[in-house]
Design a binder for this molecule. Structure first.
Ligand code: SF4
Ligand code: SF4
Length: 149
């Protein structure tokens, strides 16, 4: 049996189509994270970037995202090694670490909705930062499945 492309290729060797297909659309990288200035402790929240479509679970203008959100981080094969906040379940992180994808990944199930069905998508569980005038952050700190220490 030939191995799937994510086992055969490094991130840098993937075609643009393979690279895009690798995203499981969990949405966790589009959530605002908090970091304690003193301890460096990073906390996850259920508040999403203003461009995130919280119901559909995707960027609402992915092609032009940098125009709307200049600090949106564009993943690259090089950057993935330097971004320690990337979710533990992120497919790019898994491949960069030489690990296999989770069984719920759409590339394994053949079902584009399998991330959500497995409870690994934030879609429908988060609120856009645009919905707030002020945010009481203490009420929005969460731990997402798969991100436990
Ligand atoms: S601009 Fe789009 S891809 Fe970037 S963090 Fe926001 S929702 Fe996610
Ligand atoms: S964390 Fe990784 S797999 Fe999940 S949406 Fe972001 S880039 Fe895609």
């Amino acid at each position: 049996m030939p191995q799937p492309f994510w086992k055969m290729k490094s991130l840098a060797e993937m075609t643009p189509q393979e690279w895009e297909a690798l995203c499981d659309h969990c949405g966790k990288c589009c959530l605002i994270k908090l970091e304690d200035e003193d301890t460096g402790l990073r906390l996850e929240t259920d508040i999403a970037c203003k461009l995130y479509d919280c119901d559909k679970g995707c960027c609402s203008d992915y092609t032009n995202r940098k125009r709307h959100v200049p600090d949106c981080v564009v993943l690259t094969p090089e950057a993935i090694h330097q971004l320690d906040w990337i979710p533990k379940t992120c497919a790019y992180r898994l491949v960069a670490e030489g690990r296999d994808l989770y069984d719920w990944h759409p590339l394994k199930t053949g079902d584009p909705d399998s991330t959500r069905k497995a409870g690994m998508s934030v879609a429908g569980q988060v609120t856009s930062e645009d919905a707030f005038t002020t945010i009481d952050w203490d009420r929005h700190i969460v731990e997402w499945p798969g991100e436990e220490d």
